[in-house]
Design a protein around this ligand. Structure first.
Ligand code: ZN
Length: 262
């Protein structure tokens, strides 16, 4: 009896939480494509792994290949064109225009499935993307190696920095934090022979503070992406750009995706 009651309670909580999430997503994303400032609202999507989820409690946000392909098809069908972070910066600095419906697709960490699975799908749609690499771990575990990175770079995929070892930056002393940030930039630049202008803070909320933000600026990055939910609508702080985390294949995230990109 008690068990059934608590089960019912949990179901109600889940239903309420789902409803709130839908309403939040709808409130955030069913907005005009152009903001009051006259500037476009640009959705920046954050993916991590594109593969079948290995186990229910796997902690890295994972989107199955078939869902990723459907999401790309959805974007294409709705007239979205992918842009690079360079284009985003140039637009907000008034130096360039953008396609009518721009979207920036990003991948964090540099998982090998970004090459084996996501890359062919992106190519199929003529889409570009940006991958933020953990520069001290390239070619280890299930992460991309330099050969794959170079091939993707040759196609037009942008590579950004995501520290050397993926620490919680705010829990480090200033010296080690500065090295994590600056060395990741230098390492990728040395291997690719091109500037690395963009950074993504590891982890979600609380991933950076004023001090860390200052170190990213000092390292010479043009812009940095956070995980805070939302669309890029202004360029007031280029070192704290918002993104939208695409988590998994639940019906809820699919709905959020659809409400965001109409
Ligand atoms: Zn990460």
């Amino acid at each position: 009896m008690t068990k059934n009651k608590s089960k019912a309670k949990v179901t109600v909580y889940i239903a309420v939480a789902a409803l709130l999430a839908i309403l939040t997503a709808a409130a955030l994303f069913t907005l005009p494509i152009t903001a009051a400032s006259g500037l476009k609202r640009i959705p920046v999507l954050t993916y991590h792994r594109i593969m079948a989820r290995p186990r229910p409690n796997y902690r890295v946000p994972t989107v199955p290949p078939s869902v990723f392909e459907r999401q790309m098809a959805y974007l294409a069908r709705h007239g979205y064109r992918t842009i690079s972070p360079d284009q985003l910066v140039a637009y907000y600095q008034g130096r360039a225009s953008l396609p009518e419906k721009p979207v920036l697709i990003t991948f964090d960490d540099g998982w090998v499935d970004n090459y084996t699975t996501a890359f062919p799908i992106l190519k199929k749609f003529g889409y570009q993307a940006t991958v933020f690499l953990v520069a001290g771990k390239i070619g280890t575990g299930q992460l991309l190696n330099w050969e794959q990175i170079r091939e993707m770079s040759g196609y037009g995929i942008t590579f950004g920095a995501h520290t050397m070892t993926h620490p919680h930056l705010t829990s480090l002393e200033a010296g080690p934090a500065a090295r994590e940030i600056a060395e990741s930039k230098a390492t990728i630049e040395a291997h690719l022979g091109r500037p690395v202008d963009f950074f993504a803070y590891p982890y979600g909320d609380g991933a950076f503070n004023e001090e860390i933000r200052g170190l990213v600026q000092k390292a010479g990055f043009k812009a940095a992406f956070a995980s805070s939910l939302g669309l890029v609508t202004t360029f007031r702080d280029p070192l704290a750009l918002r993104r939208i985390l695409i988590t998994d294949h639940s019906w809820l995230s699919w709905l959020e995706f659809a409400t965001m990109v109409r």
